[in-house]
Design a protein around this ligand. Structure first.
Ligand code: SF4
Length: 342
């Protein structure tokens, strides 16, 4: 039986997505709930939640509910183009939409042109290939305005998929993978229970590129603390050089309350770098990089200031082009190191 009333707009929306997907008003489609690994000691995202793969039927139902919402918003909008007036008219008809967890996200996505989508939650590639392909095809068919679909993926899962499967997923319309490298140093990776070695990250990253994906690798300045900062910097640069992804994104380490790493920081077992120490580590990482992609500081945690009290780095989602702007980044870091208080 088809749902009626406001129930026909029911769909599920998760909490997390990368900063670049928020900035581009991406459509959030929830394929799985939470994280299938969930052991990283610095991460507090899904700690109390159980991992679940949603059924294809459920996900397609969400996409159909979004399509119904799009169609009804357009019908009620002057000129049949989704507008504020159309949204007000629909909310007038169904006041419950004020409490719909995904209505605002979806409405803003439509207003922004409906071009990008992000598949939630932490590792969509864990779905069976045929199921993921079916969802992607339905999404692309239902919303032909979409030009880019991205998702989070674990390096180990990429390694476990065959190249043919990855190519099939790519062909079905998944464009970009956001992978959490965090560190290229095996000691750091082991300590933070990342569940992947440097070698797995290199193999996974290269395989993603071979399958034709755009690749975005996140690393975490400061994750080695005072004890391991230098090997963390050198080996992270080494792994990134071996992968040479399209994007490298900095998400500096900060203790997330309630996580094992925050507890280690509180009791002294993990000694945090000072902000200036993190910058010195960052300088070494940048100096060792010989990549041809973009290095981005688009996460809010890139807080360092310049001499004018502004952000040291651009928070642009496209970041700095390497190697052309490598010296600029090094100069900015040197400027930041002269600023007191960090
Ligand atoms: S794999 Fe990602 S989401 Fe899962 S625990 Fe680690 S950092 Fe968190």
């Amino acid at each position: 039986m088809n749902p009626s009333g406001v129930d026909k707009y029911a769909f599920e929306t998760g909490v997390y997505r990368p900063p670049s997907e928020g900035g581009s008003d991406s459509l959030l489609i929830r394929l799985t709930r939470n994280c299938p690994w969930n052991h990283c000691t610095f991460c507090g995202m899904y700690k109390t939640e159980k991992f679940q793969v949603r059924s294809v039927e459920e996900i397609k139902g969400d996409i159909n509910a979004m399509a119904a919402l799009r169609d009804d918003l357009a019908t009620l909008s002057p000129g049949a183009t989704v507008s504020h007036d159309g949204a007000m008219a629909l909310i007038g008809k169904y006041p419950e939409l004020n409490h719909h967890p995904g209505f605002a996200m979806f409405y803003h996505w439509l207003l922004s042109g409906g071009q990008t989508a992000f598949l939630q939650d932490a590792n969509s590639l864990i779905m069976k290939t045929g199921q993921l392909v079916e969802v992607l095809e339905h999404l692309r068919h239902t919303f032909p305005s979409i030009v880019r679909v991205t998702t989070y993926a674990r390096a180990k899962t990429i390694v476990q998929k065959s190249l043919d499967d990855l190519k099939a997923i790519r062909a079905a319309g998944l464009d970009r993978l956001h992978v959490g490298l965090e560190s290229g140093d095996d000691e750091v990776l082991h300590k933070v229970r990342k569940g992947a070695t440097a070698e797995i990250h290199i193999e996974g990253g290269r395989k993603a590129l071979a399958a034709g994906f755009q690749l975005s690798e996140y690393w975490m300045p400061g994750l080695g603390g005072k004890a391991l900062w230098e090997q963390h910097a050198r080996n992270t640069a080494r792994v990134l050089n071996e992968i040479d992804p399209h994007y490298i994104r900095s998400r500096p380490m900060r203790p997330w309350p309630g996580t094992p790493l925050a507890r280690e920081a509180a009791d002294g077992a993990f000694e945090m770098l000072t902000p200036a120490g993190q910058l010195r580590e960052l300088r070494l990482t940048m100096a060792e990089l010989s990549v041809t992609g973009r290095v981005c500081f688009d996460h809010a945690g890139n807080y360092w200031k310049n001499s004018r009290g502004r952000h040291l780095f651009s928070h642009s989602y496209e970041g700095y082009r390497f190697p052309q702007e490598k010296q600029l980044v090094l100069d900015l870091i040197d400027e930041g190191l002269k600023v007191g208080g960090q």
